[in-house]
Design a protein around this ligand. Structure first.
Ligand code: PRP
Ligand code: URA
Length: 209
């Protein structure tokens, strides 16, 4: 069964509270989202394997450690997932970036696919799928299916705010995928928005409100 990791470090909780406030503008919202993505990325990459490497310090030879050959890919779900890419790439500058374009139909709330461009060797990589909002879970479920259809075997999903409904949907459809979130909120409203949430993440990032 997939595990839900709620990464509620005080720095993350504090930054997320500022993001939730409707008075926070796009510039601060974007900066905070990237900062949180970086802090969460630290936890998400905790199990990356290390291997020995012999180096010389100015004082002596030593057997040190480096991250072993495993390669990473960051895959944002457009648009809002883009807001988490820079933060993660600061941690892992060599990670390749793929893009999955999905939008929620305003009436049915079901995801509609409009774009998919992934690194050619995506199936060999550890993939971090990112989207700030896990609401009904439809977008994450479809994006995970698309990645698996391309051969990806090692995938983790990272969001900022999750609703219980979305967590359940992902866990039912993809029981092998771990979910990392900064907060687990109360519920969805009648428009399938997360309550209390932070509103429409894409609009707040790109100022399209
Ligand atoms: C938002 C969000 C997720 C999706 C979550 O995207 O960024 O992708 O909704 O909802 P779900 O869990 O119910 O699928 P949206 O469709 O608003 O597109 P945007 O990022 O382009 O604004
Ligand atoms: N998408 C968002 O951006 N916010 C929500 O609360 C739900 C879906």
């Amino acid at each position: 069964m997939s595990t839900l990791h709620v990464i509620d470090h005080p720095l993350i909780v504090h930054k997320l509270s500022i993001m939730r406030n409707k008075k926070t503008g796009s510039k601060d919202f974007r900066e905070l989202l990237n900062e949180i993505a970086m802090l969460m990325g630290y936890e998400l990459t905790r199990d990356l394997p290390l291997e020995d490497i012999v180096i010389e310090t100015p004082v002596s030879k030593m057997t040190a450690k480096k991250i072993s050959g495993k390669k990473l890919a960051i895959v944002p779900i457009l648009r809002a997932g883009l807001g988490m890419v820079d933060g993660l790439q600061t941690l892992v500058p060599v990670a390749k970036v793929g893009h999955i374009g999905l939008y929620r139909d305003p009436d049915t709330h079901k995801p509609v696919e409009y774009y998919c461009k992934l690194p050619l060797d995506i199936e060999e990589r550890t993939v971090i799928l990112v989207d700030p909002m896990l609401a009904t879970g439809g977008s994450a479920v479809d994006a995970l299916t698309m990645l698996k259809n391309k051969g990806c075997k090692d995938i983790r999903f990272m969001c900022l705010v999750a609703a219980p409904e979305g967590v359940k949907a992902v866990q039912e459809a993809h029981p092998d995928i771990d979910i990392f979130t900064a907060a687990l909120d109360e519920k969805l409203n009648e428009h399938a928005y997360i309550v209390p949430g932070l509103g429409d993440a894409g609009d707040r990032i790109f100022g399209t409100i």
